[in-house]
Design a protein around this ligand. Structure first.
Ligand code: ADP
Ligand code: NA
Length: 318
């Protein structure tokens, strides 16, 4: 099996990314051939300060390695030109109507006339990212589902019109309960792209910062022996804390007060992130090693993806 996953360097990776993606990515590499990329081209679809972007890319690379993904091929999207080349070919097969229907474009573009053209054509690049590696399955969050469906449509249409070139991947939804919510607004997911970080635990947050953020997490005013319980509708904050606790290997057994729950969550999260933070500190001290890993990965990707790009070009008459 081939598995592919790309992370956009739009902010510092969070506990949500760790529990919902990185941990599974590490398990998957034990059985699959895995390509894990930093989607730095995708980051440019919105305006960003170059210096900040550079720092975020480096930090994301180092965190991927620190997450134990060294049995996978790690790469930066911008260092594998076949991605942008196939993206252009796919732009020549997708209609503006189809791109207009993408919910993410509607949300991020907001009908703004100065929106970058690349935000509009982003789904073609994402389709190229995926199809180049012929993965049998693509694990995605619900928010990316529409883009993967378009990827499948484009692959099917291309194969029909130009001949069998692409493998049509299956969509794999992450296991239930893998969704970590924002500590301050537990109705929305914890996100590295959030502007307000009080409810977001970042992977490099110190134990003290984690303690503060968890202790200020929104709960509710219920008191009594049954207050600590899972109820996604009525008690989203408490439910989120319980799910984080369980996902980090902790137990709420015997806990009846929110203060004690938050202390247990803090301890579990700190312990969960400790090995990763230790490896990060080691790797951050040798950036040339991180660069070498990603350069070697990019070289592998260029080689692996070249035949498919050549086939797509030839099929279209180039
Ligand atoms: P973010 O919203 O933090 O910018 P992305 O949308 O780039 O994250 O998603 C990167 C990966 O992390 C995806 O596999 C996604 O499913 C996972 N992920 C992101 N946020 C969460 C979350 N709060 N809980 C669980 N998984 C998440
Ligand atoms: Na995002």
């Amino acid at each position: 099996m081939t598995t592919l996953s790309l992370l956009t360097p739009t902010g510092e990776l969070t506990l949500g990314n760790h529990l919902g993606a990185l941990r599974q990515m590490r398990t998957t590499q034990e059985t699959d051939t895995c390509y894990y990329g930093v989607a730095d081209l995708h980051a440019l679809t919105l305006p960003r300060d170059p210096a900040t972007l550079r720092t975020t890319i480096r930090r994301t690379q180092t965190l991927l390695l620190a997450s134990g993904l060294d049995a996978s091929t790690l790469f930066r999207q911008s260092r594998v030109p076949t991605h942008s080349e196939l993206a252009f070919l796919l732009e020549c097969t997708v209609s503006t109507g189809e791109l207009n229907r993408m919910i993410q474009f509607k949300e991020k573009g907001r009908g703004n006339g100065s929106t970058r053209a690349s935000l509009f054509t982003y789904p073609a690049l994402m389709a190229a990212d995926i199809l180049l590696y012929r993965p049998e399955r693509v694990p995605v969050g619900a928010d990316q589902r529409q883009h993967i469906e378009l990827t499948r449509d484009l692959a099917l249409r291309f194969n029909h019109e130009y001949g069998q070139v692409f493998t049509v991947p299956e969509i794999v939804l992450p296991a239930a309960g893998a969704r970590v919510m924002d500590l301050q607004d537990p109705t929305r997911k914890m996100s590295k792209s959030a502007t307000e970080l009080a409810g977001v635990i970042r992977l490099l947050d110190s134990p003290e910062v984690i303690r503060r953020k968890v202790s200020r997490a929104v709960t509710d005013s219920e008191v009594g022996p049954d207050a600590v319980r899972t109820d996604r509708e009525q008690k989203p904050g408490v439910t989120n804390l319980l799910e984080i606790l369980a996902a980090c290997g902790g137990s709420a057994e015997g806990i009846t007060a929110y203060g004690a729950l938050k202390r247990a969550v803090t301890d579990a999260v700190v312990a969960e992130l400790e090995p990763l933070q230790r490896r990060y500190a080691e790797l951050a001290a040798s950036p040339e090693h991180v660069d070498a890993v990603f350069e070697a990965g990019a070289a592998t990707c260029r080689e692996v993806t070249a035949p498919l790009l050549a086939a797509a070009r030839a099929a279209m008459g180039l």
